[in-house]
Design a binder for this molecule. Structure first.
Ligand code: FAD
Length: 385
């Protein structure tokens, strides 16, 4: 079940990435494997960003929290290599970077996230790196009455499920608060809104959309032939609107030297091992797991860390991923909290509450990282008072 490892002590683990999956892996390894592993994080970006909170930025809330990656990684007792993974030679166990470095590993964890692709060139595509720039003007145009109708379009290959519904609800709420006329339509291939999280979540979302006066067109494939038109397939009905907002499509990192699944995602087994290659693991949006969600990325990371720790001789048993999703849904009014658990062929069974059922109630629920970041926040407040 675990890899047959050369007995290096400690095992040299390279974690490629600087997001939820990477940082959760480092923390889980520290807890489960202790000094049996020496971990290095290989990441290009200077910061770790609380990506889900970027959806509030166009509405003039404070920017999403950013943390200096070097500080986080040092506080996790790991090393940081500021560079980018270019390709992997699994035969010699060497990671080659775009900066020309050759880094030896005993274990490699790929946590490089997904790539964003603009599916509809005429739509404004959600990109959390520039969400405020993208949508602040749109929110102002809605408030000023210049934009009176917006279509939100979900492409066939679903990216992160939450942001399109959150943006739509927050825009509807802002229009209501400023007495602006706004007709919002959501066009999605899903059978029901947020269907991937189970019927309980879908029902609540349907009610929230109805309360907010948002129209929903489910089970629809869309095309966006111009900046003001959405064509519904196969009926060929055209919706005319002032603006079209779309989710991106996601693709995997397609790592040279390693096996790949459809659309460049990394194929993993239930223990997080990359299929068809030894000593390489993957977690998060980069993998071929069908649901892209930070909470799942964290659980995949915990699964990977457990498998590695067991292989390193720690007193833990590898366990397959049993995805349990926690979600905090921003609505423009009071938030909703939902939990969903995989229920075999039925997909997810879920329930929604007005108060959180997990702690701390962060938007990305991560066993180790959530509390770790909370402690960083507390220390920062302490320093600034
Ligand atoms: C607007 C928005 C709202 C969201 N809302 C929620 C929510 O409410 N709840 C929730 O759970 N999830 C939410 N998500 C999804 C969540 O943010 C992602 O699922 C999560 O960030 C995935 O984590 P990851 O570590 O796999 O990838 P990422 O967060 O993409 O991190 C990838 C990391 O890898 C680094 N990297 C990239 N290429 C390389 C390379 N070649 N070498 C080394 N490092 C590399 C990047 O710099 C980055 O640090 C939301 C996403 C968005 C965009």
């Amino acid at each position: 079940m675990t890899d047959d490892l050369t007995p290096h002590a400690p095992l040299r683990v390279i974690v490629a990435g600087g997001g939820v999956a990477a940082l959760e892996t480092v923390l889980a390894l520290r807890d489960l494997a202790g000094d049996r592993v020496a971990t290095s994080v290989l990441a290009p970006a200077p910061d770790y960003v609380d990506r889900p909170m970027t959806v509030r930025e166009p509405f003039a809330f404070a920017p999403a929290r950013r943390y200096t990656l070097a500080t986080l990684v040092a506080d996790m007792d790991a090393d940081l290599v500021v560079d980018r993974l270019a390709w992997v030679d699994p035969g010699t166990r060497i990671v080659h970077t775009t900066g020309g470095q050759a880094l030896s590993y005993d274990i490699l964890v790929l946590a490089m996230g997904a790539r964003l692709y603009k599916r509809f060139p005429h739509a404004q595509t959600i990109d959390d790196r520039i969400l405020d720039d993208l949508f602040h003007g749109l929110v102002q145009d809605i408030e000023g009455g210049y934009v009176q109708s917006v279509a939100f379009v979900v492409p066939e290959r679903m990216a992160w499920p939450l942001p399109i519904y959150e943006l739509a609800l927050m825009m509807a709420e802002r229009a209501y608060d400023t007495s602006a006329q706004l007709k919002i339509t959501i066009v999605t291939p899903e059978d029901a809104p947020l269907a991937v999280f189970g019927a309980g979540v879908s029902q609540v979302m349907q009610d929230l959309l109805a309360e907010a006066g948002i129209s929903l067109v489910p089970r629809a494939q869309a095309d966006v032939p111009s900046a003001r038109q959405v064509v519904l397939k196969p009926q060929n009905t055209t919706i005319e609107v002032d603006r079209v907002v779309a989710l991106p499509e996601l693709g995997g990192p397609a790592v040279r030297g390693l096996p790949g699944a459809a659309h460049g995602f990394i194929p993993v087994d239930p223990y997080g091992r990359v299929k068809g290659v030894e000593h390489v693991y993957a977690a998060g949006d980069a993998t071929d797991y069908p649901v892209k969600h930070g909470g799942i990325a964290a659980q995949q990371a915990d699964t990977v860390a457990r498998t590695i720790a067991a292989g390193a001789g720690a007193d833990v048993k590898p366990e397959p991923l049993r995805a349990e999703i926690h979600g905090l849904l921003l609505t423009g009014r009071r938030p909703r909290y939902f939990s969903a658990r995989a229920a075999g062929a039925q997909g997810f069974e879920s329930r929604v509450t007005d108060t959180p059922t997990w702690s701390p109630p962060t938007k990305v629920a991560a066993r180790y990282l959530s509390e770790f970041l909370q402690r960083q926040d507390a220390a920062d407040v302490g320093h600034s008072t």
